[in-house]
Design a protein around this ligand. Sequence first.
Ligand SMILES: Nc1ncnc2c1ncn2[C@@H]1O[C@H](COP(=O)(O)OP(=O)(O)OP(=O)(O)O)[C@@H](O)[C@H]1O
Ligand SMILES: [Mg+2]
Length: 270
Amino acid sequence: MKINSKILIIAGSDSSGGAGIQADIKSVTSLGSYAMTAITAVTAQNTKAVKSIIPIPTKEISNQIEFTSNDIKPDSVKIGMLHSTQVINTVLKSIKKLNLKKIILDPVMVAKGGTRLINDKAVLILKNKLIQKVDLITPNIPEAEMLTAMKIKSMNDMKIAAKILLDLGARNVLIKGGHLESKILKDIFVNKKEISIFTNKKIITKNTHGTGCTLSSAIATYYGCGKTLKKSCELGIRYVNNAIKTRPNFGKGNGPINHLNSFIIEKKFR
Ligand SMILES: Nc1ncnc2c1ncn2[C@@H]1O[C@H](COP(=O)(O)OP(=O)(O)OP(=O)(O)O)[C@@H](O)[C@H]1O
Ligand SMILES: [Mg+2]
């Protein structure tokens, strides 16, 4: 199989392999592209909880981004966990210096188990400095609430929050509906010109660890391959949906999804 495109992932490591950099590499690879990484933090976690988080020094983060991208130019970039103001500023500087394009930002703030992954000041910088510099942001409901200072309880609230994010300077917004109490899940894609709603039946399972990381990496992969942002969101959501449907049952908490759902293993490797 020929490698389609080259994707740079800037995110935290999840030792349990279901979310973070690990989910990102698996998604990019499973969708036929080449994954490069800049690790922002190392977490020790399992499907039940986050035990510890060690931040990587900012100089080392910019080294990873710049040294790698100067050699292999990324076709698109996925940004995940950025836990502090210093990390956000470092990433912004490197993006500017290298003139990186096609950037998807998953504004990770809270882990599935409830652990806060970003401090208050960083949320402010993310809101006022970073979201304007990327092509798409993909907040879940609690993240969209934090960024807009409003409560989101319905599709109408999601539309209002998306409009606020566009007014703040976001170019494209995908608000994920995974956290709303409903049998039908709706993700909403919005920019100044269009609005699209992607609808799926809610799959009843606690094994949804890493759905958000997986989705943003899948979108970055499709976008890096030349699809439009809207199409990339549609295809990314489909990939995540199939990954949830075929989830393994690993761990005693919120288990991972099946990143390999797009794979057909050639006979010679079986
Ligand atoms: N139970 C489910 N059934 C079907 N689709 C789901 C389910 N949970 C989440 N999704 C889908 O997964 C994608 C990610 O949404 P979600 O709201 O879970 O992101 P997230 O909260 O950022 O995830 P994470 O906790 O990994 O950060 C969305 O397309 C959403 O619709
Ligand atoms: Mg998330």
